[in-house]
Write a protein of this length. Structure first.
Length: 291
């Protein structure tokens, strides 16, 4: 049960997307590329299947890469061994709708769901009654069972919609809003502060026969600072050429393909970049571009 508790399951629900997902200790990698995935939560049982396409489409138009959801076992298995995946509980239909928009899906498999689901009826994480240990929690952390006001600090049992106007007051009508954070577990929203981060450069380090993708957010790539096809060393901001190097001018190739564009995608192949002799070692293309 504990092994399921923090399991995130990526579903690659579009054939045009990569099929190999991993991590390198610092980031999620998809087909060897580091990715930052922007996800938004849609709780499928809270809406009807007829509403899902429009909700997911709006998420994509808003810049999301993925749709995230719990799997609500309190709804799917209200009684042990009796399952329900019909109607608005049709999880497969929901995932196929995500697929239709070409997005990733992120499943928080459970078996619990947090306070966002119970909305004032219970407080804290939901565990189906038949797997909740009677001795699993002390009085301080016991959020099982019926709602009691003493289980939280203030205004429990009231709808969270009463706070929806607060983040709106932070929005900058004159420019882009990179992030709006709303503290769902309590606290004073007026104390939320924002930090703006501007992307000055983007990097990629991709093996041969893969696809390299470079993207500057809402502005064009202005220059290629570094590019090497062979066995380059270092990390983003400190790339160096290795002991083997293509005879082709890799910087010129990337400049022609990417400069002036907001994003570009290139097959990393010997036909494109030459065939340096790296003594049998896998060849890689390392790039740093200026935004």
């Amino acid at each position: 049960m504990v092994s399921l508790r923090f399991l995130l399951c990526f579903l690659f629900v579009s054939s045009v997307y990569a099929t190999i997902v991993s991590h390198d200790g610092r980031a999620i990698t998809i087909d060897g590329h580091r990715r930052v995935l922007l996800s938004g939560s849609i709780h499928y049982p809270r809406s009807t299947p007829e509403m899902w396409p429009d909700l997911i489409k709006k998420g994509k138009e808003g810049g999301l890469d993925a749709i995230e959801t719990y799997v609500f076992w309190n709804a799917h298995e209200p009684t042990r061994r009796q399952y329900d995946f019909s109607g608005k509980l049709d999880l497969i239909r929901f995932l196929k709708t995500i697929q239709d928009e070409g997005l990733y899906g992120v499943l928080r498999i459970g078996p619990y769901a947090c306070t966002a689901w119970v909305n004032g009826n219970n407080i804290g994480r939901y565990w189906p009654a038949f797997i909740s240990s009677e001795n699993g929690c002390d009085a301080k952390c016991n959020y099982r069972g019926a709602y009691h006001a003493e289980k939280c600090l203030t205004n429990c049992g009231e709808p969270t919609q009463r706070w929806y106007h607060v983040p709106r007051s932070f929005l900058n009508a004159e420019g882009d809003n990179t992030l709006v954070l709303f503290e769902e577990m309590g606290g004073n929203p007026s104390l939320v502060s924002f930090q703006t981060i501007r992307v000055g450069s983007v990097c990629a380090n991709v093996y041969e026969k893969k696809i390299i993708e470079l993207s500057c957010v809402r502005k064009p790539i202005s220059a290629i600072k570094f590019a090497s096809f062979g066995n380059p060393n270092g990390n983003c901001g400190s790339f160096e050429k290795g002991t083997c190097e293509s005879s082709k001018n890799t910087v010129d190739i990337l400049t022609q393909e990417c400069v002036g564009k907001e994003k570009c995608s290139i097959d990393v192949s010997t036909e494109k970049f030459g065939a340096p002799d790296c003594s049998g070692a896998p060849r890689r293309l390392a790039v740093e571009a200026i935004c």
